[in-house]
Design a protein around this ligand. Structure first.
Ligand code: FAQ
Length: 329
């Protein structure tokens, strides 16, 4: 891939000849699949790209707790409530691993979170959509975690060691999330009444397209992809991962007995893939600009949580100091 970019001279990526000896040695390590670790030399732009991607990823995990948090008090059974709470707590854990991985690059967690709360940082567009019925809890697990896994499985091989190792653990947990979501939907479809089955189809209708947008803009409109692929931060393109997700999800959709809100979704035997309809990119960019259905609500909830929890953090610090003083005495 890298050689190809150098040859074609695309995307303003430096050719090997234009690189300093340090940059060339760095690229050689990447090409040889040797992980870059926190204390290794790295180009400033590589560090910055990682801080950008990992912080956005961490913010997504944390903001991603909110659409499901909306249903904890209304889960239909104790079992479902426990599952939902465990899943939401896992997402908090993912955010913490990712913020820690980001800190190894020298970024400051509080500063990055402050940017999120000021509306200056991105997080996954999907979490700006509302969760309107109980079946959404299944559809989020199945479609949203399902899309997240397809993206994150390849990130286990990302070139930055701490990010790659965080991804290995995260993928194991996301896999449970995806299955519990699908099992919830199957239960509604196999044992539910007409109204419950209709809820499943409604949830799929609303979340299908936003889930496809999670993979980011199409390759020709993805400004960061060429360099991130050359540095092996990303291992596959946005469009390739989106296609993989569709190919593996449609048979599951059929098993559920549901349909996608896409009349053009059809198996193409020549390509060996499903064809699908046009994604509404205007909607995606509006959500990124802050104009999605729930952007303002999500950020307000996060800000309130930080402000409302200030006394807990202050008490925890005071308690830790007291313990330290006692141990020292
Ligand atoms: N939403 O040039 P590209 C989860 C931005 S975790 C918002 O293609 P890149 C778990 C992009 O940042 C879900 N913004 O960018 C869970 C860039 O903006 P910038 C999160 C998006 O970085 C489940 C601009 O557009 N997963 O769901 C989106 O090379 C259930 C141009 O795009 C990750 O973050 C989007 N969908 O590729 C939690 C995975 N797409 O910074 C709770 C790691 C693109 O230039 C419940 N991240 N943008 O201003 C990645 O793999 C990559 O960052 C991509 C984007 C593929 C998301």
């Amino acid at each position: 891939m890298y050689a190809q970019l150098v040859e074609t001279g695309t995307s303003g990526i430096k050719s090997l000849d234009d690189m300093s000896p340090e940059e060339r040695a760095f690229q050689q390590k990447i090409d040889d699949e040797i992980k870059i670790e926190a204390k290794n030399w790295m180009p400033a732009a590589y560090r910055q790209t990682l801080i950008r991607q990992i912080s956005q990823h961490a913010h997504s995990e944390i903001v991603g707790m909110l659409p499901e948090g909306n249903w904890v008090t209304r889960a239909p059974t104790l079992k479902r409530k426990l599952q939902l709470m465990a899943k939401i707590q896992d997402e908090a854990g993912h955010g913490l691993y990712l913020y820690s991985a980001m800190e190894t690059l020298g970024a400051d967690r509080d500063e990055e979170i402050a940017k999120l709360h000021a509306g200056m940082a991105k997080y996954s567009s999907i979490f700006n959509y509302p969760t309107l019925n109980w079946a959404d809890m299944g559809a989020v697990g199945w479609l949203v975690d399902g899309a997240a896994i397809v993206n994150q499985v390849v990130l286990q091989r990302t070139s930055y060691g701490p990010y790659s190792r965080a991804m290995i653990r995260i993928c194991k947990e996301e896999s449970f999330h995806q299955r519990q979501g699908y099992e919830l939907l199957l239960t509604l479809m196999r044992h539910g009444n007409q109204a419950q089955k209709a809820m499943v189809q409604d949830a799929i209708n609303r979340l299908w397209w936003p889930a496809l947008m999670m993979f980011g803009p199409s390759d020709e409109h993805s400004p960061n992809s060429a360099q991130s692929l050359a540095w092996k931060i990303k291992r596959q393109s946005n469009d390739d991962l989106r296609q993989r997700f569709i190919d593996q999800t449609v048979p599951q959709l059929e098993l559920l007995g549901c349909t996608a809100p896409d009349p053009e979704l059809k198996w193409n035997p020549e390509r060996g893939h499903y064809d699908f309809g046009a994604i509404q990119w205007e909607e995606f960019y509006e959500v990124l600009k802050g104009n999605g259905p729930c952007n303002a609500e999500r950020l307000a909830t996060r800000r309130n949580a930080i402000e409302g929890g200030a006394w807990v953090r202050a008490a925890a610090v005071a308690h830790a100091r007291k313990q330290q003083r006692r141990t020292a005495a």
